[in-house]
Design a protein around this ligand. Sequence first.
Ligand SMILES: NC(=O)c1ccc[n+]([C@@H]2O[C@H](COP(=O)([O-])OP(=O)(O)OC[C@H]3O[C@@H](n4cnc5c(N)ncnc54)[C@H](O)[C@@H]3O)[C@@H](O)[C@H]2O)c1
Ligand SMILES: [Zn+2]
Length: 368
Amino acid sequence: MTQASECIDSRQRTGQPWNDMHPEALESMSSLRGDERGMGSMLSKASQVFILTDENVAPFWLPEVAHWLHCDSAIDIVIKAGEQHKNLQTVQRIWKTLMKHHADRNALMINLGGGTVTDLGGFAASTYKRGIRFISVPTTLLGMIDAAIGGKTGIDFGGAKNQIGTFAEAEEVVIDPVFLETLPQRELLSGLSEMLKYGFVADSKLLETNLENYRQFIVRAGEIKREIVAKDPTENGLRKILNFGHTLGHAIESHCLTTDAPLLHGEAVAVGMLAALWLSVKQCGLNEQVLKDYEEKLPVLLSEAEISLSEADIEAVLGYLAHDKKNKGEKPQFVLVEAIGRPVWEVTEDYDTIKRSLEYIINEYGKR
Ligand SMILES: NC(=O)c1ccc[n+]([C@@H]2O[C@H](COP(=O)([O-])OP(=O)(O)OC[C@H]3O[C@@H](n4cnc5c(N)ncnc54)[C@H](O)[C@@H]3O)[C@@H](O)[C@H]2O)c1
Ligand SMILES: [Zn+2]
């Protein structure tokens, strides 16, 4: 076990018992949700409550959340932050902590954090004793509109992302933008890209999202994801549209992770969407103005990113593309749009066309 992936802290809070809570306290917390009292009764039915969070979120929000929930006797589990800790070692630590505290099948886990914590915590909870209940409290924009919604949990394994996981729905997903007050701007922008994604594939309103007004679109973005997941929970068809911008986005993200300038997921998706729109103009008759408008938005989305893509990187990016799990046979698959809100999926592209889309992206950067 490496030091890096250890739970850095797990301790029992002292004070009020977790089930001695006041439902009205929950209302102030889940200001964007309607079923706070349902959550209250769920907490009071649990045999024990565990709050899982990471080292960055804990100092800001762990005491607050425990206080809001009147859950002062909850057991905190604090893990290292970052994707590199979304792995089996961290999950084992969590399982061991649950066992150490004799957590039974009526225990409840509250996963407080970004997508890393909600993915990992959901996985740990859904597998412990064949599954205990969990509540997701996303603290990043990306978590609120995407990662915490839809029931996919998971960890990275064997050097690849999200290889091991479950489909397991959280009992509740508590959305409260208050958590975004402490989120670094770069992380916020990364989430904003994913919000624009919903604008392209589902609801043009979301294309109005910007740094000033994004809060008013959080609920709508979450609804879109829920609607899509409800229609296709196991990603056999429609759910694939959520991968808009992700085919090249993932390849670029993987490639940049090997350089001095790694990109956040949303940043890579922002670049991937540029390529997807370019391909959509070429292959699906998308109005070129949509691409031009997006070109205007991109500098803000990438304002905190350091991008160093050049012609010399193209072959490496194409190499990652070849390993994409979404591929059918040899050719990479894309989600494209015929028009805003009219996505098409499982579009295969040959490598020559993809290469030209990458050249276009690189050329765009040259202009910045
Ligand atoms: N399950 C799904 O359907 C799904 C969908 C999309 C993404 N994901 C997963 O989500 C993960 C990415 O999630 P993310 O972008 O939220 O990253 P993250 O969870 O790693 O959080 C990003 C950073 O922000 C910090 N942080 C989080 N909330 C904070 C706050 N309120 N204040 C200060 N710092 C805060 C974290 O400690 C971390 O350093 C990836 O592992 C991805 O695979 C899952
Ligand atoms: Zn994404």
